[in-house]
Design a protein around this ligand. Structure first.
Ligand code: VGL
Ligand code: ZN
Length: 228
């Protein structure tokens, strides 16, 4: 009897070592790190920023490799939809005489003019029928990089009970950054989808700086593999 007692904890210990060993093997076989986040139906919103023809290669204001975000965002859309989360797509939606255009004193060539081919969402982006489309920078006299600026985005998210937002799209250091910073300012828990953004990087380092700023202000980085 006393011998059994003496052996017992040892046996237990060996069993737990074995279990740990095999679960580690299983874990590695299944492909690495554990999931960090679970997408919850109504509390979460995917915000796709400006994935439009003019911001992709061949467009009027192309973001290098901007089209690479499309298949990745399609996978995010699939997963967010499956979880019942809200899906929002912002679009740059300028009048032809917009202040951001070079001819009207701005920085940029004309792009994303309301109703033109270039203003359309990328044709391969699988936006669901119930996507919430937010048009921004529609006032000829005002630039607006953020999806929240001059739109009802905040109100719509609040009304839907959203608490966390997940932001991807184009361009990292302009409209994505402004949207992320506004989301943080409005108190949303905010995630930057780092595998679903691309930037212009007009001055090399711009994108890196923008990402650093978003993270410093409280955004969290997230990739597809973090949400399973
Ligand atoms: C954007 C420049 C001008 C953007 C929009 O979507 O990031 N960038 N207009
Ligand atoms: Zn614009």
């Amino acid at each position: 009897m006393s011998l059994l007692k003496a052996v017992h904890p040892l046996v237990n210990n060996e069993i737990s070592i074995l279990i740990n060993f095999f679960s580690s093997i299983l874990f590695l076989a299944l492909g690495g790190l554990p999931l960090k986040y679970r997408i919850e139906g109504k509390e979460d919103a995917l915000i796709i920023v400006d994935v439009q023809v003019d911001f992709c290669p061949g467009g009027a204001l192309p973001v290098p490799r901007g089209d690479e975000v499309v298949p990745v965002l399609n996978e995010y859309i699939r997963r967010f939809r499956a979880a019942g989360a809200l899906i929002v797509a912002t679009r740059d939606w300028h009048p032809p005489n917009h202040v951001s255009f070079k001819n009207y004193g701005g920085l940029w060539p004309p792009h994303c003019v309301q109703g033109t081919e270039g203003a359309k969402f990328h044709p391969d982006l699988n936006l669901p029928d119930d996507v919430i489309v937010v048009s921004k920078a529609t006032d000829p006299s005002r630039e607006a990089y953020s999806g929240f600026e001059g739109t009802d985005l905040e109100e719509r998210l609040r009304r839907a009970g959203v608490r966390r937002v997940f932001v991807g799209g184009l361009a990292t250091e302009y409209c994505v950054k402004s949207t992320v910073l506004d989301a943080l300012r409005y108190g949303f828990e905010t995630f930057l989808l780092e595998d679903a953004v691309r930037g212009i990087d007009a001055t090399p380092g711009d994108v890196e700086k923008a990402i650093k700023e978003m993270l410093e202000r409280g955004a969290k980085k997230l990739r597809l593999q973090d949400i399973g």
